[in-house]
Design a protein around this ligand. Structure first.
Ligand code: ATP
Ligand code: MG
Length: 455
């Protein structure tokens, strides 16, 4: 792990300016953590002894946004880059388990670091003085450990969102959660009921997209059940099919790790089998118990919508996820006309993600791929066909068709709904490769159809 951090000159400028004004200033939090890990920080936050009014004065010649002055935060814009500057503070008591009722400013950096959630997030760095790490953050970073600063029960009772933040950092960094912190999370998980659903949703999306999402979802299933009670019936539900090695929850969690890290895709994998418990039909086949789950994808879709609405997910998000869940088990023959038909109805990203979901679902059924080989081959074939169709710009919608409604009326198609029907029919011919998407052949085909209908 490096001893020094390379800092953008804008951040260095802000630190120097505060010091010229007789104040202390350090980089803090995520940017220190990420730099020590060798990752590029998304943003550079500064913690300072200067009170907000003094910070504002010190940057009179810069653009300053008063982001949250009552909490001590102002944003300095330097060469277009926003740098958040927050006064050293101690959080007051928490009565709503969410936000401190008040904050008190302090001249003591250590007190500011002590209010932070995890040791790896509680380090400060100064370009000349180096690292300030009074809670063992660096050691935990090197060991890959998430550990509360201070007494875990107290910290989670102050702000229960920290429970999910712990899981999110464990997932994003591929870390494990230290034992006392882990036990405290499990003891205090019910406190998540008092947290705003929007904040839970934001953390959950980050958790799902982390490189360590699968072990976190498996180890902290009780926490997942707390924030999404719809998942509880999946836990321990044995499937009794030749395809599945895991219970429904474990399969869903493993499926999350089999798709690329886009929030919609990963959420769809987590929620794709919500309909299974309600659809379970056991049957004895040659003395062996077999489970069937007919229609589970369609049954699961409204449960998925309910779960996402409860998280206050935006419409674009839940609509896409519900689409993926609804059709995750639909058998699509791997032919270009079939793929074009899906593209005619849904955005290309949705269609691509549907095929990725079908692939991920089958990859996560068990270690032995043989029972699902055919389905995996089909999903791969669909993905290849889709790439070819998009690359070639194949016609998959009326707007790509080489003739318009006006053209059809000019060759004698009666006005009104017949025009639309004929356009749809022509599109169908093109997508099925029965007609080229060119003006002349299309008009020929249209004439034939008009004559046929007139008979
Ligand atoms: P990233 O921005 O990459 O998600 P981050 O560590 O910067 O990670 P932020 O949510 O931006 O996370 O918070 C900045 C810092 O503020 C954290 O590093 C941590 O020190 C502190 N912090 C944030 N949220 C809390 C909280 N709920 N309780 C205690 N400290 C917190
Ligand atoms: Mg941050």
């Amino acid at each position: 792990m490096p001893d020094s951090i390379s800092i953008p000159q804008q951040a260095e400028f802000v630190i120097r300016r505060l010091e010229e004004n007789g104040e202390q200033a350090y980089l803090v939090g995520g940017c220190v953590r990420d730099s020590l890990l060798g990752d590029t920080p998304q943003d550079w936050d500064i913690t300072t002894s200067a009170l907000p009014e003094k910070t504002i004065c010190a940057f009179e010649d810069c653009r300053v946004i008063e982001t949250g002055v009552q909490h001590g935060t102002v944003t300095v814009l330097r060469e277009g880059k926003p740098i958040e500057v927050t006064t050293f503070r101690i959080d007051g008591s928490y009565t709503d388990r969410r936000r401190p009722d008040s904050v008190t400013f302090t001249p003591d950096l250590r007190e500011d670091l002590a209010r932070r959630d995890f040791t790896i997030n509680a380090m400060a760095y100064h370009p000349q003085k180096g690292l300030y790490d009074c809670f063992g953050g660096r050691e935990d970073l090197a060991a890959g450990v998430i550990r509360c600063v201070g007494e875990p029960d107290r910290r989670f009772q102050e702000d229960a969102l920290r429970i999910l933040r712990a899981l999110r950092f464990a997932s994003a960094l591929g870390f494990t959660i230290e034992e006392n912190t882990r036990q405290s999370i499990l003891r205090n998980k019910e406190l998540l009921q008092s947290i705003a659903r929007e904040r839970i949703f934001a953390e959950l999306k980050k958790l799902l997209c982390g490189k360590g999402a699968v072990p976190v979802l498996l180890e902290y299933r009780e926490v997942l059940g707390e924030i999404l009670p719809q998942l509880r019936p999946l836990m321990g539900f044995e499937q009794h099919t030749p395809y599945h090695q895991y219970d429904i929850y474990e399969h869903s969690a493993r499926a999350v790790g089999e798709v690329p890290p886009a929030p919609e895709l990963r959420m769809a994998m987590l929620l794709h089998d919500l309909g299974k418990p309600a659809c379970y039909r056991p049957e004895m086949q040659d003395g062996v118990l077999r489970g069937h789950f007919k229609q589970h994808a369609f049954v699961g879709e409204p449960i998925c919508r309910e779960a996402l609405l409860s998280l206050k997910a935006d419409k674009a998000f839940w609509q896409q996820v519900c689409f993926l869940v609804k059709y995750h088990d639909t058998e699509i023959p791997p032919t270009k006309p079939q793929v074009r038909r899906w593209l005619a109805q849904y955005p290309a990203t949705w269609v691509e993600r549907l095929f990725l979901v079908q692939r991920g679902d089958n990859l996560a059924k068990g270690k032995n791929r043989e029972p699902v080989r055919e389905r995996l081959e089909r999903a791969d074939a669909l993905l290849t066909l889709l790439q070819e169709i998009l690359r070639d710009g194949d016609c998959c919608s009326l707007k790509d068709l080489a003739v318009s409604g006006k053209d059809l009326m000019e060759i004698g198609c009666p006005k009104g709904k017949r025009v639309g029907e004929l356009l749809e029919w022509l599109l169908e011919q093109v997508m099925e490769e029965k007609c080229l998407n060119q003006r002349e052949p299309l008009l020929e085909a249209a004439k034939g159809r008009i004559a046929q209908k007139a008979e």
